[in-house]
Design a protein around this ligand. Structure first.
Ligand code: ZN
Length: 118
């Protein structure tokens, strides 16, 4: 089954990073660690990665990414989990997707290492 009409997806082996992102909205994960308030189409909160009193940590729910205007931390849910909990992509996939995490995560790792020259 091939889904050709969809937006470009990162499909590496058995893992589908975008599918995990779709299933587990970044904002939900971020809310486990800090509170977010709506600001326009974004959500803002106190950055967990540096000390601040006025929120500059911004989540873009539609793009599934975050950016901190204070310390320049940015990325997607996997970057957030790595920075917040030191979870690498395999551990993050396990946490977000416990059912088929191992296979998918290993599939991803295998593909990413396969790219580098031996
Ligand atoms: Zn920050």
């Amino acid at each position: 089954m091939t889904l050709v009409a969809m937006a470009p997806r990162i499909e590496t082996g058995q893992i589908d990073i975008d599918a995990i992102k779709d299933q587990y909205p970044l904002a939900n994960e971020v809310r486990r660690h800090l509170s977010l308030k709506p600001r326009g189409t974004t959500l803002v909160g106190l950055c967990p990665f540096h000390m601040e009193r006025t929120p500059s940590f911004t989540v873009y729910p539609q793009e599934a990414r975050f950016h901190c205007f204070g310390c320049d931390a940015h990325g997607d849910i996997f970057d957030f989990l790595y920075r917040q909990s030191r979870l690498d992509i395999r551990a993050a996939a396990e946490r977000l997707h416990p059912d088929r995490s191992l296979g998918t995560a290993y599939g991803y790792l295998r593909c990413s290492t396969a790219r580098s020259p031996v």
